[in-house]
Design a protein around this ligand. Structure first.
Ligand SMILES: Nc1nc2c(ncn2[C@@H]2O[C@H](COP(=O)(O)OP(=O)(O)OP(=O)(O)O)[C@@H](O)[C@H]2O)c(=O)[nH]1
Ligand SMILES: [Mg+2]
Length: 329
């Protein structure tokens, strides 16, 4: 009797030949985006489980990841702390490392011109000219002064974002390439450990020009292909940071989302948190893979009034959700 081959044998070749056939048929070729198929194939062959941590700024996403990994890896602080996508993947103890990926000059220019447009500043053809940079910086400083401080209004926040972007470019220009995203390992930066790299990438001028940072670190939690992804807050002052988080949640590579909420400390959810929840619940692709964490529970537990408000919130808005966790990181 013939033995039946297991269905996943030669999966890669089988999928490749199907994609090849698809490509040969002109009427089908342009209709299908093969990227999600390739992503699924990669996952099937070498299973990776990308877990995205999303939520408002200061909800405690980075600290929760640090608590899970039992080490102070990610930069965590009051205010807006994380400024770039952080991937944390498994490595053997003696092979721990960090890889930093920078934006390209073209991407930085595109961002700078988009902010100029929003601010109504004249968009110059060459933002990398020293004189143009000085003029832009002065323009932004004048806006911040008019608005009464760098976080006083949306306009002031945008002006501050442009200043950080230009500062980040000047500080890192020898590492930034024209079109490509340059990558560097921690040795090239002289970082003694992963934590030093995390501190370099905290929100500010460096993070403004970083595309992502990958930590390869040892922890049993990561061993089976789990990748933890820390994101900037959904209400981060720089719009592109928040957009990045929304895009990542909907990315075909994303396997699960840990939604870190902070009403535990205030009793209510913010507008941005409600919006995040609605977007996830309306997205059939991810809504069954969202876990809710009520962080900062220590600030609620012994306060009867806050605890009652949190209970009310959970019974009214998370009634049908079996995956609710309380955390103190
Ligand atoms: N009391 C209390 N404070 C916490 C808890 N978790 C985090 N914090 C504090 O909250 C602040 C913000 O924590 P982060 O982990 O940086 O918050 P985040 O969500 O990563 O913030 P962004 O990176 O800005 O989006 C830090 O000063 C932490 O010490 C908690 O469970 N309880
Ligand atoms: Mg953070």
């Amino acid at each position: 009797m013939n033995q039946v081959a297991p269905p996943c044998q030669n999966l890669s070749e089988q999928v490749d030949s199907l994609l090849h056939l698809l490509h040969q048929e002109p009427s089908l070729r342009s209709q299908y985006d093969i990227t999600p198929i390739q992503a699924s194939l990669r996952k099937a062959i070498s299973p990776k489980f990308e877990i995205v941590f999303a939520g408002a700024f200061s909800a405690g996403k980075s600290m929760l990841i640090n608590a899970l990994l039992e080490r102070e890896l990610l930069y965590s602080a009051e205010g807006h702390a994380t400024g770039t996508e952080c991937y944390i993947e498994y490595a053997e103890l003696d092979k721990e490392r960090v890889v930093l990926t920078f934006l390209s000059e073209a991407e930085i220019r595109e961002q700078a011109l988009a902010i100029c447009k929003r601010l109504g500043l004249a968009a110059p053809p060459n933002i990398y000219d020293t004189e143009v940079m000085n003029l832009l910086r002065q323009g932004c400083e004048a806006i911040i002064q008019q608005e009464g401080g760098e976080s006083k209004s949306e306009r002031a926040k945008q002006a501050k974002a442009l200043i950080l972007l230009l500062q980040g470019y000047v500080a890192n220009c020898d590492r930034i390439h024209t079109i490509n995203n340059a990558t560097y390992s921690m040795e090239q930066f002289d970082f003694a450990n992963l934590k030093e790299a995390a501190s370099y990438a905290r929100r500010g001028s460096n993070s403004a020009v970083l595309k992502r940072i990958e930590y390869y670190c040892y922890h049993p939690l990561l061993q089976d292909g789990n990748i933890l992804i820390d994101m900037p807050g959904i209400d981060a002052p720089v719009k592109k940071d928040a957009e990045l988080t929304y895009r990542k949640i909907e990315d075909s590579e994303t396997s699960a989302v840990v939604c870190v909420l902070k009403p535990a400390s205030a009793g209510d959810m913010t507008t941005e948190e409600t919006e995040l929840l609605e977007k996830m619940r309306n997205n059939p692709g991810i809504r069954d893979r969202v876990f809710y964490v009520f962080n900062r529970i220590d600030e609620t537990w012994y306060n009867t009034q806050l605890r009652q408000r949190l209970d009310d919130l959970i019974t009214s808005q998370f009634r049908d959700t079996p995956k609710v966790y309380f955390a103190r990181s």
